[in-house]
Structures are given as structure tokens and as C-alpha cells.
Ligand binder design. Sequence first.
Ligand SMILES: Cc1cc2nc3c(=O)[nH]c(=O)nc-3n(C[C@H](O)[C@H](O)[C@H](O)COP(=O)(O)OP(=O)(O)OC[C@H]3O[C@@H](n4cnc5c(N)ncnc54)[C@H](O)[C@@H]3O)c2cc1C
Length: 292
Amino acid sequence: MSAGIYAGRQRIKTLLITKEFGGQMARKAVSIENYLGFEEISGLDLIRKFQGHLKKQEIEIEEATVRKIKKLDRIFSVMTDNKKQFKSRAVIIASGADPRPLEVPGEKEFIGKGVSYCVACDGPLYADKEVTVVGGGNSGFEAAVSLSNYAKKIYILEFGSKAKADKLIQEKAGKIKKIEVITQAALKEIKGQDFVESVVYQNKQSKKLIALKVQGLFVEIGSQPATSFVKDLVEFNEKDEIIADPKTSQTKTKGLFVAGDVDNVPYKQIVIAAGEGAKAALSASEYIQKQK
Ligand SMILES: Cc1cc2nc3c(=O)[nH]c(=O)nc-3n(C[C@H](O)[C@H](O)[C@H](O)COP(=O)(O)OP(=O)(O)OC[C@H]3O[C@@H](n4cnc5c(N)ncnc54)[C@H](O)[C@@H]3O)c2cc1C
């Protein structure tokens, strides 16, 4: 959205293609407290503010999923799932990241039937139920704190010997009695009939398999860059992030720029993604001017 605003203000003919608005901000379970100008704001409210700002620009919007990007001579073709094809001189990829899956038996079968990747979306469905959060990073702890408004018991399963979340959020969770942190826990299986009924983890030290009776499981083990549509035109680092020139945001393909969580800038934050969107749009504008 930031790239869209900057491109629109550069008076470049701009089309913004997106599956939906908000991206990962819509998954934010507790308030956002580190975006400049807002001491405390919910993810959904910040999305609305961004969208309101975007609507003021003279740019076109297409709600669709990009399936493929190709380049022939100096022109890109962008193909979408609604069978449309768009031509452009420059493209900015800002497709962010998707939640990283657990890849254990039962995960796929129980998506929407107890397995969730979004506490902000599904948390209220677990009122008075017992749930597991997999992942002891900031997202996992935030998820558990948010779930404590609904669920009667929350287990946080952390793979390592101690949770990696910041001290502040760990302290907050520590004051909530119904949150229990289990370390050295490797999740092995999700079980149930029609809905999740239990999860099985292995204690990494004793090797014992332990079952927890829970009705829900929230996956909070990080994310993976959303790049399936652009494999041939870019280079990736070891984390599958798109490599770009830090000065211009340009990838190895001329005219193809990148911004936000999908690129190889190490810090994944809203303010950083927004700044990178601005930088990519200004670079794209300069590139187009030089082409003319
Ligand atoms: C649970 C959680 C809590 C967080 N808390 C904070 C916080 O408190 N403060 C903070 O600064 N950051 C926080 N973050 C990180 C922050 O949300 C991200 O850094 C930021 O959202 C990155 O923005 P982005 O635009 O690069 O990517 P995303 O937010 O992932 O957005 C990508 C967009 O591209 C769309 N898209 C993807 N693929 C396609 C395609 N093929 N075709 C069309 N559209 C596509 C998606 O639908 C989405 O709209 C949090 C993240 C999570 C998951």
C-alpha cells in the first residue's frame, strides 16, 4: 500500500494487484505499539487507515492473486488467477510472507477444524476450550495472551530449551495462570475425529511422547516468503527471501523491484515494510523515467 501511494504521487500509471488488504497485520492478535504516530492501534484499524490513504490516490486496484510474472524485452506480463494479463514497464513485488506450516500428520486435515494460523481471526471460537500454541517466539506469546481472553487453558509448546520471545511479553504471559509454557517439546501429531481432540509432542530430552487434550492448535512458528509466482526472475538467499540491491530495491532483473517481508532485509516490521515500499516506488519511477 505504501508503494502504491508513492507510485500514485509520482504520477506513474499504477495498478495494485492484491489477494486481500492487510496481509499479516490482520493476524496481529494484540495491539500494534510500534508504528510511528500510533501509540497503540489494532491491526485492523491500522489496515483501515492505510486503505483510506490509498483510496485517495489515482491508482487502479485489482483484487486477484498473481500466478506468474514474465519479462519479454523490456515489458513485464503479470498473469492473475482471474485469467487477466497486465503489461507494465516495472513491477514491485510486495507479497510478504505466509505462515510457516508445521508439516506434521493431522495439520492439513484439521485446518479450519481446530488448526488455525490466525489468533486474531479464530481466537473467539475457543471460548472455555483448551488450546495449544506452537512456537515460543513473540507471536506465540502474543497469541497465548490474546487467547487467554477466551480459552480456559493455553499450552505454549517451544522446541528449544527456553522461549525466544521478548522479556516484556514473557512477563505478561507469566502473570496469566492459565498459560503454561512447555519447552523441549517437538510436536509430532494432531489427532481427532471430525475436530482436533489432542496433540502429541515428544520431550526432546526424555524422548517420551506426551498427549495433551486440546480442542485447538495455533501455529506460530514464523513465516515463509510468498514467491511462487516469480521464481525465474529473481535470486533467493538461504531463507528463500528475494535478494535486492539495498540502495535501489531492484532485483537481478532490471525493472523488477521488491519491498517488505518478501525481501532479504533482516527486520520484518510494518514501519520497515512501509519504508521499503516507498523506496521501491521511487526507484521504479526513476527507472521508468530513464527508459523513456
Ligand atoms: C502475528 C504477527 C504479529 C506482528 N506484529 C507486529 C508488530 O506488532 N509490529 C510490527 O511492526 N510488525 C509486526 N508484524 C510484522 C508485520 O506484520 C510485517 O512486517 C508486515 O505486515 C510486512 O508487510 P508486507 O506488506 O511486506 O507483507 P504482508 O503483510 O505479508 O502483505 C503481503 C500482501 O501481499 C498479498 N499477496 C501475497 N501473495 C500475493 C499474490 N500472489 N498475488 C496477490 N497478492 C498477494 C497478501 O495477500 C498481502 O495482502 C507481525 C506479524 C505477525 C504475523
